[in-house]
Design a binder for this molecule. Sequence first.
Ligand code: NDP
Length: 246
Amino acid sequence: MRLKDKVALITGSTRGIGRAIAEKYAEEGAKVILIDRSGKGLDKAMGEMKAKYGVAYGYVMDVTNRSQVQEVFAKIIEDLGTIDILVNNAGITADAQIYKMADEQWDNVINVNLTGVFNCTKEAVKIMREKEFGKIINISSVVGLYGNFGQTNYAATKSGVIGMTKTLAKELGRKNVNVNVVCPGFIATEMTEKMPEKVLATMKEKAPLNRLGTPEDIANACVFLASQEASFVTGAVLSVDGGIVL
Ligand code: NDP
């Protein structure tokens, strides 16, 4: 019960890595807030969480919609009183080599993966600064460290999130807010299902641990970073990637 009674908001948490983080946080005693972009997956996910953990909170919020983000954060404060942990997990890809990349592909990925992190963090920080406690965990990618063919837009956002994290760690340390970033390698979710089998096989081979990661691998790192055990860790870039970057 490393997160007992902590209020944790995880964006993009009805499926994939976000859902695994939500589950692990609930197992550790946190009051978990599921966030869904459209609301389509929310009832089902909340039902499943409620059945397992007895309680579930959920809100519809598109991280790119600034006024909606402000409204939802205000509603959460009204309903739950606070936010202790924010995991900026929501993310998308829209791959193409740059000469084929449509402006829309660039804009959409920047809006979700970078501006979405800004929008949510800005609201969370208002609460965390005041209470002088908070944990912010941003989900970047190995692609943000080393680049990846066909992902100029995605890599720009994931590198950007690392820069944001380090800066926020400097700004918020005195307010007892830890800000860290997790860089997953290739993880088996719907996002990687879109990738060609051959590419995934190569990625698996390249990793010394010789497998794709699971959403739970990432969730375990996020539990550590949100816990008291990581109270002296801030501005860190934690790769959870089977060693692929070596
Ligand atoms: P998925 O595609 O499985 O899930 C993405 C989640 O983000 C969904 O819940 C989706 O909601 C949500 N989302 C997308 N856009 C928005 C938005 N505008 N507002 C709110 N929520 C939104 O992805 P993964 O679980 O694989 O990825 C999670 C994070 O991990 C991402 O940031 C990704 O970049 C990162 N990552 C993933 C890796 C991988 O190999 N899978 C590797 C490295 C990093 P909806 O259901 O409505 O679409």
